[in-house]
Write a protein that binds this ligand. Structure first.
Ligand SMILES: [Zn+2]
Length: 355
């Protein structure tokens, strides 16, 4: 969530948190067979050419595109199996279909088009479904195109997507000597807007290269909160694409912390040094340690990634951190931080070494 740093603990604890663990983000076998979902990410090893191969005469093939296919966008935006004839010959069929889908609100259409042309993200309505929200219970979700009264949400998503581009470019500019590949994707996403009926959770949840955004979500009330919620969700997608990395890499320390502290509300003081985020579940504990929320180590990892985003962003914008660096806490924190930074972000860390 994020971005409740100015609120006190009592206020924070009243905020229900993101439903992520209840979404099948960590089950790659559940991915739909869409190009957006199956596009290999940068973590896929490139097979080495055999030694005996003659020198290549042709240029190497371009990297696989992660862009969303026009047919996928047609189904999402217009409910049609094929791209409509009016858009099929357009230089940008998806932009054309966005114009059609958002025709009732030209200002929203302009936002959706900007989001697509700048980042490859395709915004549209999500699916009607009954979701098992874990500790939140069952939740009815209905499609919600972000127009008119909901247009602000689309504007916040666009602002977040632009921020992420600037964020990674800023880190690269600040660390020009680091050439290690960053194995992290934040563009070319399917953005599905939904509305929860009678509830304000989940605020968002992740599927492979897809995030669902609840226009009724209790967390999604400002540009900063949307930015941070999206970063958390996009990390889930990357974690899943890395073979549910956090389940293996972070679990030993995570389980030991939970064993030592527990996960009740009374455990909050014990958990505080290890909590990468500040979001708490109402009546529960830190979101990173909340039980009955899918595999909680994935939530810990997403909160850790969010902490990476928050701290790097503060270093970029202010040149210093607003609170002590997470990695400079207990040894478990340093281990988790280094593992995450190396796995996803090419080792790039603007936070100074610990004293
Ligand atoms: Zn999550």
């Amino acid at each position: 969530m994020r971005a409740r740093r100015r609120l006190g603990i009592a206020a924070v604890s009243a905020i229900a948190a993101i439903a992520c663990g209840s979404a099948p983000v960590a089950t790659p076998e559940a991915r739909p067979a869409s190009p957006a979902a199956t596009a290999p990410d940068a973590s896929a090893p490139t097979p080495a050419p055999p030694d005996a191969a003659p020198p290549a005469l042709d240029p190497p093939p371009p990297p696989p595109s992660t862009a969303i296919a026009a047919e996928v966008a047609a189904a999402r935006l217009l409910g049609t199996a094929a791209v409509p004839a009016a858009c099929a010959t357009d230089p940008s069929p998806i932009a054309c279909m966005l114009d059609q889908a958002f025709a009732a609100d030209p200002r929203a259409a302009a936002l959706a088009r900007a989001l697509y042309t700048e980042t490859g993200d395709v915004a549209g309505p999500g699916d009607a479904e009954i979701m098992d929200g874990g500790y939140r219970g069952r939740i009815q979700l209905v499609p919600a195109l972000p127009i008119r009264g909901d247009r602000q949400h689309l504007a916040w998503v666009l602002a977040a997507a632009r921020d992420f581009d600037g964020f990674f470019a800023g880190i690269d500019a600040a660390l020009p000597a680091v050439t290690t590949a960053r194995r992290y994707r934040w563009r070319d996403l399917d953005v599905r807007f939904i509305r929860s009926v009678g509830k304000h959770t989940p605020s968002a949840f992740a599927l492979p290269w897809t995030f669902s955004y609840n226009v009724q979500g209790s967390l999604l009330t400002s540009e900063a909160a949307v930015r941070e919620t999206l970063f958390h969700e996009i990390f889930h997608m990357n974690d899943a694409a890395h073979g549910a990395w956090s389940g293996a890499a972070l679990r030993a320390d995570y389980d030991a912390i939970v064993q030592r502290c527990g996960t009740t509300r009374a455990a909050i003081p014990c958990l505080t040094p290890y909590a990468p985020g500040f979001t708490k579940v109402r009546g529960g504990t830190y979101y990173a340690f909340q039980p009955n929320n899918g595999d909680p180590v994935h939530e810990f990892a997403a909160e850790l990634a969010l902490r990476y985003y928050v701290e790097q962003r503060q270093m970029l914008h202010a040149g210093k951190l607003a609170r002590p660096a997470f990695k400079c806490g207990p040894p478990e924190n340093a281990r988790a931080w280094t593992a995450l930074v190396d796995e996803f972000f090419g080792g790039r860390d603007l936070v100074p070494p610990c004293p």
